[in-house]
Write a protein that binds this ligand. Sequence first.
Ligand SMILES: Nc1ncnc2c1ncn2[C@@H]1O[C@H](COP(=O)(O)OS(=O)(=O)O)[C@@H](OP(=O)(O)O)[C@H]1O
Ligand SMILES: Nc1ncnc2c1ncn2[C@@H]1O[C@H](COP(=O)(O)OP(=O)(O)O)[C@@H](O)[C@H]1O
Length: 203
Amino acid sequence: MSGKSTNITWHDQTVSKGRRREKSKHHSYVLWFTGLSGSGKSSVANAVAERLFQDETHTYVLDGDNIRFGINKDLGFSEEDRKENIRRIGEVSKLFVDSGQVVLTAFISPFRNDREEVRALLEDDEFVEVYVKCSLEACEARDPKGLYEKARQGIIKDFTGISSPYEEPANPEIVIDTEKSSIEDCVEQIVQFLKEKGYYRNI
Ligand SMILES: Nc1ncnc2c1ncn2[C@@H]1O[C@H](COP(=O)(O)OS(=O)(=O)O)[C@@H](OP(=O)(O)O)[C@H]1O
Ligand SMILES: Nc1ncnc2c1ncn2[C@@H]1O[C@H](COP(=O)(O)OP(=O)(O)O)[C@@H](O)[C@H]1O
């Protein structure tokens, strides 16, 4: 997407991403959690962040609800607003990666194309898509915030899974099934992947 600004110049920094990673002593990348409301994105992302943090990794969790209180409070849940939501989070995530940190994002991010655009912003070894798989029935049974009930009553419009689509990832790096695995087991699966693929490396 071309921007509105003209007469702008990119400034390189002497403190580079590589030097910041050396200082952090670890690789920096995005763990992008996607899934239905109530699938477990926040719970698992926070548990993984806790585990990484205890292993001397600099982490930060960007969470859908929280971000919509601040930087994205001008956005709703239309297809267009969700697209802009994910575009901004992608750019923010890239800044975190540039700063030498591991960023964990917990957004429904229902559209495949929007997620692929975030992937394209980053290097190949900087984006790990985690599909938090959970059936609509199970998410609705959990209904931790009572939102599905409101959506069924028509009080909330454009609700993902009920009146707005969710497109499953075609080729996610990781799939966790939160109906079959506990939060602890999901964390283990993710950490195992990160270790096997070299994301856990010391620099
Ligand atoms: N209409 C509608 N559809 C889906 N979700 C809704 C809606 N209205 C409010 N909420 C609450 O907003 C959270 C989802 O925000 P996200 O920024 O992750 O959504 S998106 O990625 O832009 O689709 C979502 O949080 P999670 O349950 O953690 O996914 C809900 O708490
Ligand atoms: N295996 C599991 N993984 C993640 N959450 C689970 C699991 N089993 C039950 N839950 C519960 O499901 C709910 C998921 O809510 P949350 O993490 O906020 O999901 P999301 O961020 O996708 O909306 C929480 O109440 C959590 O305790």
